[in-house]
Design a protein around this ligand. Structure first.
Ligand SMILES: Cc1ncc(COP(=O)(O)O)c(C=O)c1O
Length: 352
């Protein structure tokens, strides 16, 4: 996707999005060497895969003239989409209001504000989820001000479409001979998963799709529940509008704390600091590989890096200590997630 700047004077030029690198890791699983192909989406402008989504959402609204000079963009975000939207709105000359929630990392909010966005933190609605509270705040803004436009990452077809047309194509281009045996994708709105799965079903039908969701998330139809150490951008308080049954072969549900522990182990062994969703995708790939010996080459979509998540650091001592804080208790010994976490102690960058 080439950048452009219709409103010169805002930012020098809109950055080029996509074309992110793939890094290979190896992990021993059940006597064989499994190769993981990590798509490092933190290398996008604004630090995450949501740069792709944000550009696509704005492009779609501009194409129908719903978004035009003088209008204000509004969106609900847990962090990454907000940072990318704030940066792109700055480049394109639109004012922008972003509704975040208490778990949104401070570093993400600071970046939104740096780009000139107005940021509103929605609290809890009694009996509702934090997402309900964010969406209620968005609707209130839309009702109050006719000049506002909602990019609506939860329902805009531009969201899955950009991942089908770009993220998935790049991933497949980087694949080994014979393609990937499986691809693991963490779910929030489900746009990334639905888009990638749509492309794979057509162009790499033998590849299994692993949907990775958080315990306590409703995104893949799970029971919404308490998430004391909720990782921003992983899982959702509502069922995905995009994901259909044909899009996935298996679902791996992980506790936030286990996704965080995966990030710390990968970081210790390889120096690669993934955000919680990337850690979850790697852990889920290893869980599936340990259950299915046919899986040898697995791709993992890594939406961002761990830089802005202090909670990942909280999990470092909790992962190893004998007196874990509440919510950080290790999984039980015979659990496939525990086995997979132990395998991550032997992960290495390819060639090492
Ligand atoms: C941290 C994080 N996790 C997961 C995802 C996947 O999100 P979605 O299902 O909304 O495409 C994203 C964004 O794309 C993200 O930023």
């Amino acid at each position: 996707m080439k950048g452009r700047n219709p409103f010169p004077g805002a930012l020098a030029a809109e950055p080029t999005i996509g074309g992110t690198p793939v890094r290979r890791l190896r992990v021993p699983v059940g006597g064989r060497s499994v190769r993981l192909w990590l798509k490092l989406e933190a290398e996008n402008p604004f630090g995450s895969i949501k740069a792709r989504t944000a550009a696509a959402l704005l492009d779609a609204l501009e194409a129908t003239d719903e978004l035009r000079p003088g209008r204000r963009v509004v969106e609900s975000t847990s962090g990454n989409l907000g940072v990318a939207l704030a940066g792109l709105c700055r480049a394109r000359g639109y004012p922008c209001t972003l509704v975040v929630e208490p778990s949104t990392p401070r570093a993400a909010i600071d970046r939104m504000v740096d780009y000139g966005a107005e940021v509103i933190t929605a609290g809890e609605i009694p009996g509702g989820t934090t997402l309900d509270a964010r969406l209620a705040a968005v609707r209130e803004i839309l009702d109050r001000d006719d000049n506002t436009v909602w990019t609506n990452q939860y329902a805009s077809p531009a969201n899955p479409r950009v991942h089908e047309a770009h993220t998935a194509v790049e991933l497949v281009e980087a694949a080994p001979d014979g393609g990937y045996d499986a691809v693991a994708v963490a779910v929030s709105t489900g746009g990334t998963l639905a888009g990638i799965a749509t492309h794979l079903r057509r162009h790499s039908p033998a590849t299994k799709v692993i949907a990775v969701d958080a315990v306590g998330s409703a995104a893949m139809g799970g029971t919404p529940g308490d998430r004391p150490y909720k990782l921003a951008g992983f899982g959702s308080g509502r069922v995905s509008d995009f994901v259909r049954r044909q899009h996935w072969d298996s679902i791996v549900r992980l506790r936030d704390v286990d996704a965080a522990a995966a990030c710390t182990r990968i970081r210790w062994r390889t120096g690669l600091f993934l955000g919680g969703s990337g850690g979850a995708a790697v852990l889920a790939a290893v869980v599936r590989a340990s259950l299915d010996p046919a899986l040898r080459e697995l791709a993992c979509v890594c939406p961002d890096s761990g830089d802005k998540y202090p909670r990942l650091n909280e999990a470092i001592p909790a992962d190893r200590r004998t007196d874990p804080a509440p919510g950080f208790e290790p999984a039980t010994a015979d659990d496939p997630v525990t086995t997979a976490l132990d395998l991550l102690d032997h992960i290495s960058a390819e060639g090492e």
